[in-house]
Design a protein around this ligand. Structure first.
Ligand SMILES: CCCCC/C=C\C/C=C\C/C=C\C/C=C\CCCC(=O)SCCNC(=O)CCNC(=O)[C@H](O)C(C)(C)COP(=O)(O)OP(=O)(O)OC[C@H]1O[C@@H](n2cnc3c(N)ncnc32)[C@H](O)[C@@H]1OP(=O)(O)O
Length: 249
């Protein structure tokens, strides 16, 4: 059933409430948490597969880092009492809003087939495999990224655009959590060392500063053991009126 524009805008106004985003992120992630986080009913979402959970394509390094951060999402206290840890895993779906991004004016086929392009391959492991974790206290996000063989740029290495996509994803997620609806205004990437295809790398992003509508985030990509610097980045996100985005203006 198609959504009326009024209903979409109403939901989006709730999305604009940073406190609701923050309060949801202060609770353990569940499959429905993003829905609740965005203040949208389930009919606004398409597939519910959470792509940030391990699958058979994840290699040993990807699993090691995943377990490292995931184990810090919940800590067991004396007496076996479980308590929230410093990190939250961020669930990830291939479509957040069925009718987002000017979608109300788009061709219905485009609307129904549109997918988040980092999550649009059927076969696990061939392109972007990643999971994001958020640390509220430290105001930072980490991404663990395993680069599949379809992301080749220079022979045997990851395409710089694919790396930029992952940097945008991790810095964008942090900006969104900290500032509400934003768009990337500037992404300044220094490529220091190529990333071998098939390898797992760590993306770390942290808040530099906020100035009015602007949120500045810094980020680096390293090898999974942190010994090799692949990129360093500064990013600027600008707060937007989310309803303008939906209306296509
Ligand atoms: C995108 C949806 C966001 C919401 C998503 C919701 C749910 C998502 C859930 C999960 C997320 C899943 C995946 C997310 C993954 C990655 C995130 C991807 C994000 C993107 O991939 S997003 C697409 C690419 N992105 C664009 O498509 C932007 C096009 N662009 C514009 O929409 C405008 O250009 C805008 C709004 C940027 C500026 O609007 P404007 O021109 O009206 O300027 P405005 O006055 O508002 O600027 C205020 C202050 O920013 C300064 N400023 C502006 N631009 C600057 C620049 N480039 N360099 C330096 N400073 C700049 C001004 O100088 C002023 O500074 P001051 O206040 O100091 O004067």
């Amino acid at each position: 059933m198609a959504w009326s524009l009024g209903r979409i805008c109403k939901s989006v106004q709730r999305l604009g409430s940073l406190s609701s985003v923050q309060s949801q992120l202060s609770h353990p992630a569940t499959s429905g948490s993003v829905r609740t986080m965005l203040g949208l009913p389930s009919s606004c979402f398409s597939k519910t597969r959470d792509f940030s959970l391990p699958n058979s394509s994840w290699g040993p390094e990807m699993m090691r880092l995943y377990k490292h951060y995931n184990s810090q999402c919940e800590v067991v206290m004396e007496g076996g009492v479980k308590q929230e840890g410093p990190w939250r895993r961020l669930p990830s779906y291939n479509r957040v809003l069925k009718y987002a991004t000017g979608g109300v004016y788009l061709n219905k086929i485009i609307q129904s087939k549109a997918r988040l392009f980092t999550r649009n391959t059927g076969d696990p492991g061939v392109a972007f495999e990643y999971v994001l974790f958020f640390n509220r206290e430290e105001q930072r996000c980490v991404g663990i990224f395993q680069a599949g063989h379809l992301l080749e740029g220079p022979p045997g290495h990851v395409h710089g655009g694919a790396t930029a996509t992952m940097i945008d994803t991790v810095t964008g997620a942090l900006a969104l959590i900290l500032s509400g609806p934003v768009v990337t205004a500037n992404l300044n990437i220094n490529y220091r060392k190529p990333i071998p295809l098939g390898s797992t790398v760590l993306l770390e992003s942290s808040l530099d500063r906020k100035e009015g509508k602007k949120t500045f985030i810094t980020s680096k990509v390293t090898s999974s053991d942190g010994s090799k610097l692949h990129t360093d980045t500064t990013a600027l996100f600008v707060s937007i009126s989310f309803s303008n985005l939906l209306l296509g203006s």
